[in-house]
Design a protein around this ligand. Structure first.
Ligand code: 5GP
Ligand code: ZN
Length: 109
């Protein structure tokens, strides 16, 4: 998708503060963090939203959650706690229509 911002970030055509990358996904910091820790986990494959997941995407979902768990530990929020969030379509708050999992945490409580 040539007009997709997250495809451009995945392809290194747009800059981002990368934290992690493997064959399936990239992880980078959200540009407008909603909390001290706010990462976006983005599959390399362009999938519009949760609504558009196909049977063959199961491995991508597994990788998203396994990497989310590892990232939470690396960012030091695994024990204090965090949120994992998919916004789905406009009414669900989605503004970038390339599937991504928010990892949000690090509040002082
Ligand atoms: P959504 O609302 O679609 O679930 O989340 C999109 C997220 O992408 C928002 O939290 C927004 O701050 C973030 N975002 C939008 N544009 C950019 C960008 O160019 N770079 C980065 N790192 N994050 C972005
Ligand atoms: Zn895309």
């Amino acid at each position: 998708m040539s007009d997709c911002l997250f495809c451009k970030i995945v392809n290194k055509e747009s800059p981002a503060d990368f934290i992690y990358e493997d064959d399936t996904l990239v992880v980078f910091k959200d540009i407008r963090p909603a909390a001290p820790v706010h990462l976006l986990l983005v599959p390399k494959k362009h999938i519009r939203s949760v609504n558009d997941l196909e049977d063959g995407d199961r491995d991508i979902l597994a990788e998203l959650f396994m990497v989310a768990k590892d990232m939470a530990r690396e960012m030091g929020v695994d024990r204090s706690g965090y949120k994992l969030l998919f916004n789905v379509e406009k009414g669900g708050g989605q503004i970038i229509f390339h599937l991504h999992l928010h990892l949000i945490g690090g509040w002082k409580r």
